[in-house]
Design a binder for this molecule. Structure first.
Ligand code: SF4
Ligand code: SF4
Length: 351
């Protein structure tokens, strides 16, 4: 890894240079919630002053730029009584992601394993992922964040450069040739010992600020042992089956494919739509049988996929501890509480 430091004002120069020739996505303020708290989202941004470098957490993850909620996979047109098929991998021009937190970078790294590294890679995802130039940025732990427990509070790969605020300057980790070459066009310096110390001090300070945590010790085995636990039923009674948790989650990638046919039967499209395993019809199969008709069985499935099955397949959890699902859940169901209750064999909120 190569390191550089830049004066804070130089970040504007970097943004200006990148945005002159590329689409730039970054964190911006998108309104206030009912209690007046600032909400953030990842949006296309043209003005550096709109970029919220100190954003807390975006309500929706960066997933929507890599796995759109609705994506046309192929279109069909009737031509002289024959169907003509056209496949579009939706390969956009390269784009820049300016300011992604470590948990979201790690979420993309998890998706890479399934959608690019498995037996059946998904070209629609790969096209976008390979076209993205990712600039990571350090963050402050929020009340619902437990990325430290999941080992995703720092990113080791999956980005081009990563920026950490070390007080009077930014410390930059460089991962790609492209990033190195871009940085040659602005004023940078070699970090000195004091910069290394500031960087390490910043990381240590961040670690002390985590309020939420998940004990992952032996978690896969505990989940195996607690598969029939009553705890799942109790959480299922609370769950609304709304699917919001999967919607906001940076690593939920399940989808359905639907055929849309024009009313005159001359055109059709195969459309991929992201879906949630918490929705009532997720496990309905041909013939109408539903393998998971109850909310608790669907909620349990989501936890077993993330914290049991994925760990067995890829040796790491599919949850990166971003805390978005707990933040968004109308029933106040959070990962730390659910996991703690499974460990203890009871719900932890006194019910
Ligand atoms: S856990 Fe919460 S967000 Fe997820 S489906 Fe249940 S009620 Fe909705
Ligand atoms: S399960 Fe919840 S905390 Fe874990 S990555 Fe998904 S949204 Fe974030």
């Amino acid at each position: 890894m190569i390191f550089r430091v830049i004066e804070k004002a130089e970040l504007r120069s970097l943004f200006t240079m990148l945005s002159a020739a590329n689409r730039v996505i970054g964190p911006v303020g998108v309104g206030l919630d009912r209690s007046g708290r600032q909400l953030y989202g990842f949006e296309e941004v043209h003005d550096f002053d709109r970029v919220a470098l100190d954003y807390t957490m975006t309500s929706l993850s960066a997933k929507k730029y890599f796995l759109p909620y609705r994506e046309i996979m192929a279109t069909f047109t009737m031509d002289n009584k024959d169907w003509q098929k056209r496949i579009d991998y939706n390969i956009d021009a390269p784009f820049v992601f300016f300011g992604m937190h470590a948990c979201d970078i790690n979420a993309l790294n998890r998706l890479d394993k399934v959608l690019m590294g498995s037996v059946y890679p998904m070209p629609y995802y790969a096209a976008k992922r390979k076209n993205a130039f990712i600039i990571g940025i350090g963050c402050e732990p929020q009340p619902n964040c437990f990325c430290r427990s999941m080992g995703t509070d720092t990113a080791l790969h999956g980005f081009d450069m990563f920026i950490t605020d070390i007080g009077d300057r930014y410390f930059i980790e460089i991962q790609s040739d492209t990033a190195f070459n871009f940085l040659k066009k602005i004023r940078t310096g070699e970090p000195v010992e004091a910069d290394h110390l500031s960087f390490m001090k910043t990381g240590a300070g961040k670690n002390e600020k985590f309020a939420a945590s998940v004990d992952t010790t032996d978690l896969t085995k505990i989940l195996d042992m607690e598969f029939q636990s009553e705890v799942w039923k109790q959480w299922g009674d609370k769950c609304l089956g709304c699917g919001t948790c999967a919607n906001v989650c940076p690593t939920c990638y399940c989808y359905s494919v639907e055929e849309e046919v024009s009313i005159d039967l001359t055109a059709a499209a195969k459309v991929k739509k992201l879906y949630s395993c918490n929705l009532i019809d997720f496990a309905v199969v041909a013939g109408g049988h539903n393998f998971r008709p109850e909310r608790h069985s669907r909620l349990k499935y989501r936890y077993y996929h993330k914290h049991r099955g994925f760990v067995e397949a890829y040796e790491e959890s599919l949850c990166v501890g971003c805390g978005r699902c707990g933040e968004a859940c109308l029933a106040d169901i959070t990962v730390p509480e659910v996991i703690a209750s499974v460990r203890e064999g009871r719900k932890t909120d006194g019910q």
